[in-house]
Design a protein around this ligand. Structure first.
Ligand code: B16
Ligand code: MG
Length: 218
């Protein structure tokens, strides 16, 4: 039986936490008099917390001291965490659990490759932590996507070659990272945005198990 590495991004692939990131950033932005829309939020997907703040400050042409930035980063995360308190399995995106189940039953390597520093509590709260053999998150990497570091660490942790690794991603930077790593890139979302991906699905409900099977046998 072939063993492949299946590496999942978190936000936008397994759970839709983008809406909570948005609410928390919007609060900071409005305090600073910056207009921050859902369209702007698209640019923060897959981007680290520190870089996200810089993008928002740039929107408002605001230069800030490191002390102020640190204060806003803490405030944003506390607010974001308050939205996660009541999170449970119902927030897992459609079609994700059957794919995890199928991969587990077929003895495949399963890893998380996320920019988030809150990945573990989210996997715990949604009840899917035990599916993951390896977790690489924002606490483990120094270089953000499109740098492939997060996915390279995940494949390495599973002891599987990059060419035998498959990445599920919702962000352009994440797809680029997977491609740079020489892995199979699968975009989850809009084809018009994720066109650099080797395969694209609107969400996991559009993915047949025969497709997963073909990836395993490839
Ligand atoms: P945190 P992913 C990313 O997660 C999010 O897409 C991005 O919007 C967020 O800023 C980043 O995590 C950092 O998250 O503030 O929780 O450390 O898509 O790479 O799973
Ligand atoms: Mg994502």
């Amino acid at each position: 039986m072939n063993k492949k590495a299946f590496i999942f991004d978190l936000d936008g692939v397994i759970v839709d936490t983008a809406k909570y990131h948005f609410l928390a950033w919007q609060k900071i932005a409005s305090e600073l008099g910056i207009e921050f829309t859902p369209e702007h939020n698209e640019d923060l997907k897959g981007v680290s917390r520190v870089r996200s703040l810089d993008i928002i400050l740039d929107l408002g042409n605001i230069q800030a001291s490191q002390d102020d930035k640190n204060k806003w980063l803490i405030q944003k995360n506390e607010d974001y965490l308050s939205y996660l308190v009541n999170m449970n399995f119902s927030e897992i995106l459609p079609g994700v659990t059957p794919v995890l189940q199928y991969l587990k039953e077929n003895n495949q390597g399963i890893a998380l490759g996320s920019a988030s520093k809150n990945a573990r509590p989210i996997l715990e709260k949604t009840g899917i932590l035990s599916y993951f053999d390896v977790i690489v998150d924002g606490n483990d990497v120094t270089n953000a996507k499109p740098d492939p570091e997060v996915f390279l660490q995940a494949a390495n942790g599973l002891k599987i070659l990059n060419e035998n690794s498959i990445v599920f991603e919702d962000s352009v930077a994440g797809i680029q990272a997977a491609n740079i790593a020489g892995m199979t890139s699968i975009g989850i979302g809009e084809a018009s945005i994720l066109h650099e991906a080797q395969y694209i699905f609107k969400d996991f409900t559009f993915m047949d198990m025969s497709f997963i099977e073909s990836l395993i046998k490839k």
